[in-house]
Design a protein around this ligand. Structure first.
Ligand code: HSO
Ligand code: ZN
Length: 450
């Protein structure tokens, strides 16, 4: 039963009146189910799909998605127009968003362009990039359809020049897939859409089946089964597949000071909280008075109660927290410790704070930049590191779909100049053949000279 009366609020922690240990404890993510237990659940499914191909994928889709009428686990391009009928408004919104995502990710090519330099005279090193040939993009089903995720993965794959783009998403129980996802697949030039979810979809793309293309890398968010399956196949050398990053529940950290508008702050917290009861939202209130804090909390309560997904929001706010801190420096220290997927800065001179951001997936600067614009349309990617992984991972970007290849090219003089150095180090390692590959050439030069 929906409870629309009892107050919806976050815990409050005043850092000045508690210990650092308490603060650290509150910054901990809700613990995830042990990976081992889940791997044991997905392993038989993965093996079944690897050995049984299409029939096995279909079997699981019938079972888990209830899509018993489905007779093929995949549709191939060109996708029939009747599968992507959209209202003009929706089509326009997708087109504008795809345009921005394409522009921003195309601009990232700059840092991936071929570079060439001489490290020493006659010693030329270079680096160039090539697209990963076949990519599998997982689009979650679950409580919301996410065509935005199809854009965030599909557009950079297209910009990078990936040869084969395979999408996978769990079908609805009538066997269909949302027309928005089919439209995005069409726009990015996908070769196929796998009508399956969970571990079975991941396995189908990792190993390939009679009708599903095997891919070289699998990207995209998913529940714990999808994540465990991605980890499993990326560890199986016989699959030869890599993955983007470990995935966890969505999160946001908002830093707000006296200049922040309470309704804006609350709306940003709630937009992330509505993703799932396991989402975590954190507010860092910089030097706010009791009345200013109250104003935000009242907004959270009032806005939450008006949401269709109020129950999800209530669940997620239960493990969410407000930290009241003294100044922006303390706020940034906490934020960098937490390493949020999304960081929203609703403070005075927000641009000046960005230099202090050490760990975050994506930053939203100033009062006019809700996270929603980045989730859909601004052009930045919304596939971002969660669960503290912003400390070592980047979000999905153009580089996620490229490999960098290096080359070296030495002249005879270049090799002469480096010969002693290499020979010495090869001797240190006791690798005589390495040493000789140099000395044989040096000897050859000398013989041919005289
Ligand atoms: N905020 C989510 C992405 C998303 N939001 C999709 C709406 N649709 C990623 O953390
Ligand atoms: Zn979102």
């Amino acid at each position: 039963v929906e409870d629309r009366t009892s107050r919806i609020e976050m815990k409050r922690v005043i850092t000045a009146s508690t210990t650092p240990q308490v603060v650290t404890d509150y910054l901990k993510r809700p613990s995830q189910k042990s990976n081992e237990a889940i791997v044991n659940l997905v392993k038989p499914i993965i093996q079944d799909v690897r050995d049984g191909g299409d029939a096995a994928v279909l079997k699981y889709t019938h079972k888990f998605e209830n899509a018993t009428s489905l007779t093929s686990p995949v549709i191939h391009a060109p996708f029939p127009a009747e599968l992507m009928k959209l209202s003009p408004d929706v089509q326009e919104a997708l087109d504008i968003s795809i345009g921005n995502i394409e522009r921003f990710h195309s601009a990232q090519m700059g840092s991936n362009e071929a570079l060439e330099m001489e490290t020493m005279p006659g010693v030329v090193c270079s680096r160039f990039s090539r697209p990963i040939e076949r990519v599998g993009l997982y689009i979650p089903g679950g409580t919301a359809v996410l065509p935005s995720t199809a854009m965030m993965l599909g557009v950079p794959a297209m910009v990078a020049g990936c040869n084969k783009i395979v999408l996978a998403s769990p079908p609805r129980s009538d066997g269909s897939i949302s027309p928005e996802i089919v439209y995005v697949a069409h726009k990015v030039g996908a070769e196929s859409i796998v009508l399956a979810g969970g571990a079975q979809a991941v396995a189908a793309m990792a190993y390939g089946t009679e009708s599903i293309t095997k891919v070289d890398k699998i990207l995209g968010p998913g529940n714990q089964f999808v994540t465990a399956a991605k980890m499993f196949v990326s560890n199986d050398t016989s699959a030869g597949v890599s993955i983007d990053m470990p995935a966890g529940p969505s999160e946001v950290l908002v830093i707000a000071d006296k200049t922040a508008i309470p309704a804006f702050v609350a709306s940003d917290l709630l937009s992330q909280a509505e993703h799932g009861i396991d989402s975590q939202v954190i507010l860092i209130a910089v030097d706010l008075s009791e009345a200013e804090l109250r104003a935000i909390e009242d907004e959270v309560d009032a806005q939450a109660k008006a949401l269709p997904r109020m129950d999800i929001v209530r669940g997620s706010l239960e493990h969410s927290v407000t930290f009241v801190v003294r100044d922006i420096n303390e706020a940034m220290t906490l934020s960098n410790d937490y390493a949020p997927e999304h960081l929203i800065l609703q403070v005075q001179n927000p641009e000046s704070v960005v230099k202090d951001v050490q760990n975050a997936g994506s930053v939203f600067i100033g009062p006019w930049t809700p996270e929603s614009v980045g989730d859909y349309s601004a052009g930045v990617n919304h596939s971002l590191p969660t669960y503290g992984y912003a400390k070592q991972y980047s979000g999905v970007n153009l580089g996620s779909f490229l490999k960098h290849i290096t080359s070296s090219n030495l002249t005879a003089d270049g090799l002469l100049g480096l010969a002693k150095t290499v020979e010495t180090l090869a001797a240190v390692e006791g690798l005589e053949a390495h040493k000789r590959a140099v000395s044989i050439r040096v000897a050859h030069m000398k013989t041919n000279q005289s």
